[in-house]
Design a protein around this ligand. Sequence first.
Ligand code: FAD
Length: 456
Amino acid sequence: SVSIVLFTSDLRVHDHPPLRAALRASSEVVPLFVRDTGIASAGYAAPNREAFLADCLGDLDTALRACGGRLVVRSGDVADAVAGVAAETGADAVHMAGGVSAYAQRREERLRNVLEGQGRRLVVHDSVVTAVAPGAVTPASSDHFAVFTPYFRHWSEQRLRDVLAAPRAIRVPDGVATEGTPSRARVSGTSPGLAAGGERAGRKQLTAWLRRGVAGYEDGHDDLPGDATSRLSPHLHFGTLSPVELVHRARGAGGPGADAFVRQLAWRDFHHQVLAARPAAAAHDYRTRHDRWRSERAAARDIEAWREGRTGYPVIDAAMRQLSHEGWMHNRGRLLTASFLTKTLYVDWRVGARHFLDLLVDGDIANNQLNWQWMAGTGTDSRPNRVLNPVTQAKRYDPDGAYVRRWVPELAGLAGAAVHEPWKQPGPERAKYAYPDPIVELAEGLERFRRARGLD
Ligand code: FAD
């Protein structure tokens, strides 16, 4: 018999339950990736992710070829494409990973309908895209956890499945046409410092991280210049690394750094289970604060300055420039820039989330939209009205100013923490730096926000 494995956000051969199940069930397997036109027309395709994806598909094809198989790539509507390959090969089942977004949920439903209409089965596997499946742990009174701490307690008590080895041999039926894997070089408009994708790169990075990085994670994860986080987020987004395997291996490494790292992996699962239960939260307030955000037109100049990294607040500008240069930003930078846009500038979180999704190589509906909502105070944060002060935070997390000097070279001549407040330089000194004055006074922004939220 023939089975199809439909790859989506799980572009790997290690620890892959759908692949394992298909190989158990059938003598021949079609590893299939559909370049889904639905994703592009939903406005979700972005050059950085397209380029990283190209790496991932090339690498997946190589890994499959090493065990006698290959990757079949098709373009088009995902349900039509899968149904087409199923009809061509006479497959009796399609195996895939469960997804969480509204799009993924609709895709699954459409695939089920189309395939069942043809007398075939769709088998959806859990714990592929997340370590713990959304809905696997729930509080007594709801279909999902809205608070992280109790979620984490239950999450930690879950027994994770064992890690699955990569397959040794795959037989693909003869004659299945493929478009071939796309090339990264063909994608234009990518960030110059974009990381390389693919499972091999991800596994190497993970091994190095567990050997040398994770032990310092608890103390170092907020250190902006130290850059001491794993940078595994794009690999988790594209599934070139398995979250189940990551949790097992980090626990195996042990120690406070590994514990803190596993806790962050649980945050990822947390946001996924919120989105799975409330897919509308990708576009609508999870909890409304009755915000009447400044209109995009009225705030156009502020939004532009924020996007381009010339707000006059060095740490904000450094982080925004890191984003455009690398397609990635440090978590502390994400928190600061999101607080600045939504609270200090009082601009709708969707404007910021959109910009992040346009650039982030790890841009992810669950993590991005729900972290934006967290920072905007419309999400699951229990302190929805806190505003992060970019100067105080910069002095704490970039005490010597090295992060700012790395990304804002105009200010490279300012030593130490003075770089965080260039406006304090005496007139003639200040004039030496081709760097803008702050676009808003922090006190003014804070007051506008507090008034808008009815806090005064
Ligand atoms: P590490 O610190 O090494 O953490 C390990 C992994 O844990 C990460 O790779 C990630 O998968 C997960 N993780 C860590 N923090 C979080 C978190 N707060 N929420 C969910 N998962 C987390 N993360 C994305 O993967 N995609 C996004 O689109 C995204 N958008 C964000 C937008 C905003 C406004 C904020 C505040 C955070 C966002 N994050 C997003 C979460 C976090 O910033 C990144 O996951 C992290 O910076 C990635 O770097 P790392 O892999 O070195 O993380």
